[in-house]
Design a protein around this ligand. Sequence first.
Ligand code: IMP
Length: 422
Amino acid sequence: MKNVTVVLGAFYGDEGKGKVIDYLSSDNKYAVRYSGGNNAGHSVEVNGAKFAFHLLPSGILYDNVKAILGNGVVIDPKVLIEEIDSLKEKGYKVNNLYISEKAHVILPYHPILDETLEEMRAGNKLGTTKRGIGPAYCDKYERSGIRMEDFISSRFKELLKENIKNKNVILRAYKKPKLKFSEVYKEYKAYAKILKPYVCDTITMLHKAIKKGEKILCEGAQASLLDIDFGSYPYVTSSNPTIGGAITGTGIGARYIGEVYGVIKAYSSRVGAGPFVTELTDATGDRIRELGHEYGVTTKRPRRCGWLDLVSLNYVCMINGLTGLCVNHLDTIGKFDKIKVCVAYKYKGKKTTDFTTNVDFLANCTPVYEEFEGNFGDISKCRSFEELPVNAKKYINRIEELTNTPVKFIGVGAAREEMIVR
Ligand code: IMP
């Protein structure tokens, strides 16, 4: 019965979930995205061709996989159509895409409000992707959101009219140009027509698959410490990338979930503002960024980099009930002579391994490091744990020991096949 696997990011996103997802896709019949929208960015390489998706699940690239955008996702129709078109240009038929009728639609006022609210935050910016994600989820919970099933129906006209009327009041207050209903309606009605054939009841679809014993892969977006409840609020995204989101964002009950894999890098990175205890603002941080190519897929922003933080990883293992870890970029960290791992925090002179996302607590914590020998050499050809050099093994063993979670996947290079599966 436990034929559902969840792959989610452990820290602040960009951990390289795509690679594990890609590996698992060949064995799964369904690939489901359950939270977020086009604030995500994942690059996937299949048969030598490179793809950068923001919205589509990577599983879309496999003929044997049905790709689903679950009810927990917020969808910008324009971006989705662009992604579908780009696949079609590369020869994909895209007849394996299914969009939940309960997913909410991002409309033009959402990115405008996202940007405006960031401007208003003046000295306290969140560093959002400005894709309208937060405002779209606000409308969902305020109950003025427009769901896919409304978007593709005749109800769309009235709902849009009402929304634009209300949003124009807000835009006027912020001294922003008003939106013209007729223009937005014309443009978005055309998008709705294109997307209509993909919209369906994905909940029933997934449960029929579960009954047949078919395997389902839930593809996380963003990551655990960006979670609206469990992340470093307010420097978080507006959804639940953690395990609960995989349930509420798909309609799959907890009893069907077997493996829950958390993806980390052998170091840490973060885009946008917010606390980051192991951040390195010196030459070492710059070196991690350059060696790991740490620039955002979605916004191209340079990522903040630092050593691996096992205090926060332990918390992430707990809240998600992780059954396994994937450690990416072992090759990158192995280029350093000495590698540090944060094993405790010092807070007000006392050592602690208890993690909480309270921003004042985190801002006043300093990392307590354990040091490891680096210089792993070229490990990109290693395909089993046993083949790894002793220093690399020690590093992985210590992660397992301190998190009490097995490391099931190890990324040893950028290419798709450069991975150890245990
Ligand atoms: P939003 O999700 O656009 O509202 O942005 C909120 C915060 O989440 C910002 O710090 C973003 O940089 C961050 N964020 C959102 N999506 C991702 C992602 O896929 N990877 C990394 N950071 C993200």
